[in-house]
Structure formats: structure tokens, C-alpha cells
Ligand binder design. Structure first.
Ligand code: FES
Length: 84
């Protein structure tokens, strides 16, 4: 089965906003929801919506205003339904 990519922006604006704090949480959410067979988590260059960071992208959709505090909520409500 070919994995789909889930991108997490590692650009400088998202870096400033705490992407390195988001990353381990995101990895554990992916484990928790058994997504590692389906999804490849990839760091990405700037996704060009810096003023709305932290940004993730899946297929053509950007997920914006992610923070370490709201990651789980956004992941479960917005990202997970698209993956499953
Ligand atoms: S640095 Fe993340 S969108 Fe530009």
C-alpha cells in the first residue's frame, strides 16, 4: 500500500511558533491512531501561509493556526476525518 504524505511545515515562521514542540505530539497522535501504515509524516519547506502558522498540509488542504496547545483537538477534528 502506498503511503500518503502528511506535511508539517518546518519553515522559519513555523519554527518560531514552536513546530519542534508540535512534532513529538504529532508523532504520538499518529501512533495512537495507528496511522503509520497509511501515512508518512514529512517535514516540509515553507507552505506559504506563514502568517497562519503553524501549518500542516494533507492532500490539497492546509491546516492552519496549529499550536502545541490545540494540536490534538485540530488533529482529531480536522485532519483525522480526512485520513480515515
Ligand atoms: S514557515 Fe510555515 S508556512 Fe511559512
Amino acid at each position: 500500500m502506498v503511503k500518503e504524505n502528511l506535511y508539517l511545515c518546518m519553515g522559519s515562521a513555523c519554527h518560531q511558533l514552536g513546530v519542534y514542540e508540535v512534532l513529538p505530539h504529532l508523532q504520538s497522535l499518529m501512533n495512537q491512531h495507528n496511522l503509520n501504515e497509511k501515512i508518512e509524516l514529512k517535514g516540509s519547506f515553507c507552505l506559504e501561509t506563514c502568517s497562519s502558522g503553524i501549518v500542516m498540509k494533507f492532500r490539497d488542504k492546509h491546516f492552519i493556526h496549529i499550536s502545541p496547545q490545540n494540536l490534538e483537538d485540530k488533529f482529531v477534528r480536522e485532519i483525522l476525518p480526512m485520513i480515515k
